[in-house]
Design a protein around this ligand. Structure first.
Ligand SMILES: *Cc1c(COP(=O)(O)O)cnc(C)c1O
Length: 496
């Protein structure tokens, strides 16, 4: 059955998967959603015997129906290869009473690699299928991890250029160093003086700017997005939830069909939405536990039914979750309106104009699959320490937010079905915060000194991604104001 994609705001005809991947965002400002969510009609017995790549094919072929088997398998095999430092791609580690799904074994040691290592292949395949002759310009706003993963994925990919905007003072030193040392003749990295939301809002505006699109087309370019608003990122993220479940079955930790809980440290709501789609496809997931840091706009939304972004933006030790406008929530809102694009568009307009919206009690009742909570900075630190003490296992700050929230969930509900916690970054990406939680007396070390100290404590070798940037030269040093982003893009593309 052909799965088509339509905008959450309803204007325009449904498009194919490959067209949705090329466009990134719908012209009416909405996000593409599948017109129906197919069920995963493969038995768990079969899935439990499959490799990551085979699982990826089973899941993705159900949703990206206009890709041929050969196209899809080529994309999958090119993405999930030796770039990952383990053959299983996404290993599951049992620690402190939960299963940590390690999604950071790709080239940039954050979970963004899971989707961004395949997106360039999906995108260039989609361009071929649709006879696109323009050069594709990937425009990306990043809170730290997407930027590097997208740069690594698109560097020197023929027919593409990539421009990444990041908040100059809102990412960790390792994150920044990873980006500004990026090689590739088609890569551009720009710091902005605002925060992530400023960057994301400006990027979305450029996508909707018809005049700019025309200028680009004249010069032989068109925009696409590597942010999690692109369906080409969401679909590959469904895979690892299925794979984690199948791994638990294979290891005899659960019976096929038994329910599990899934805990996701959340920012833009992409990762947890993928888990929600996995559940819709038939994966036996009981609760989707949404973990926020002190920017707890989602916790407030799940508790009250009001989404309110009018609050201070807090810089935390989990910067990839420092977000007040969770873009992908729009896809869930669309679903709980009964797939009513007009209601969805009205709510999103209220958010952009007045900074808040409130859903009806009927809509709120449909959020029963979700549980939201948050961790303060102190609780995040405690979570790192507790998991380390209990199991000699070191987790990063983002994963710690999830681990802390999971403990609150169990205390609140006494629900102790097996839980999979999405482990979204290597602790080596946030060494200072991690070391502050589990050790003392390292205040004078720089980030690389800290990495060496962490290696001794954790027994896990410093990843190649960190070693590679120790001495790498800075290749990008542009910093602009958020309002100058469109001008910067035109500069880069040589458009007058
Ligand atoms: C991006 C990111 C998140 C948040 O994921 P969303 O899909 O935006 O909710 C969490 N942790 C890390 C390490 C990330 O890079």
């Amino acid at each position: 059955m052909q799965v088509m994609y339509q905008s959450t705001r309803g204007k325009g005809e449904p498009v194919t998967a490959s067209q949705a991947i090329l466009k990134g965002l719908s012209e009416d400002g909405g996000l593409f959603v599948p017109t129906s969510i197919p069920s995963l009609d493969v038995s768990m017995e079969e899935l439990s015997q499959m490799s990551y790549q085979e699982t990826a094919y089973q899941v993705m072929s159900r949703l990206l129906t206009d890709f041929t088997e050969e196209e899809l398998r080529t994309c999958i095999n090119s993405a999930y290869d030796k770039k990952f430092d383990t053959d299983v791609i996404a290993p599951l580690k049992e620690a402190d009473g939960a299963y940590f799904l390690e999604l950071f074994h790709g080239p940039t040691i954050a979970f963004k690699d899971m989707a961004l290592s395949i997106l360039p292949y999906l995108m260039t395949t989609a361009a071929k299928k649709n006879n696109v002759k323009n050069e594709i310009v990937i425009l990306t706003a990043t809170s730290g991890d997407t930027g590097k993963a997208a740069l690594a994925g698109f560097a020197d990919v023929p027919g593409t250029r990539i421009i990444v905007f990041y908040p100059k003072h809102g990412v960790s030193p390792i994150q920044e160093k990873q980006m500004v040392t990026q090689k590739g003749t088609n890569t551009y990295v720009v710091g902005i003086t605002g925060n992530f939301d400023d960057a994301q809002t400006a990027v979305k505006k450029m996508f909707n700017d018809k005049e700019m699109a025309a200028e680009l087309a004249d010069a032989g370019f068109q925009f696409s997005s590597a942010n999690s608003i692109n369906i080409g990122r969401l679909v590959p993220q469904i895979v690892y939830y299925v794979y984690a479940y199948a791994t638990l079955v294979r290891q005899g930790k659960i019976q096929a069909g038994q329910e599990i809980n899934v805990v996701v440290p959340t920012g833009n709501f992409g990762n947890i939405l993928a888990a929600f789609y996995a559940k819709q496809m038939g994966l036996p997931v009981k609760k989707l536990i949404c973990a926020s840091n002190e920017n707890k706009v989602l916790f407030d939304f799940f508790s009250t039914g009001t989404y309110n972004r009018k609050r201070d933006f807090i810089l935390t030790s989990s910067p990839s979750m420092d977000i007040l406008i969770s873009s992908n929530l729009e896809r869930l809102i669309y679903r709980i309106t009964g797939e009513n694009p007009d209601t969805c568009a009205q709510l999103m307009e209220a958010l952009s104009k007045g900074g808040e919206y409130t859903i009806t009690p009927e809509m709120k009742a449909q959020l029963a699959d979700f549980y939201g909570n948050f961790c303060t900075e102190e609780e995040t630190k405690d979570a790192i320490r507790e998991v380390y003490k209990a199991s000699d296992y070191v987790i990063d700050t983002h994963t710690a937010v999830a681990a802390g929230v999971y403990k609150k969930y169990v205390a609140d509900t006494k629900d102790d079905v097996p839980a999979v916690i999405a482990s979204t970054a290597s602790p080596y990406k946030f060494t200072r915060s991690v070391m502050d939680a589990i050790s003392e007396g390292h205040e004078n070390l720089d980030d690389f000194g800290l990495a060496d100290a962490l290696e001794k404590l954790s027994g896990v070798a410093v990843p190649k991604a960190v070693n590679d940037i120790r001495t790498a030269p800075v290749l990008h040093d542009r910093v602009v104001d958020a309002e100058d982003m469109p001008k910067t893009v035109k500069d880069i593309l040589g458009i007058k």
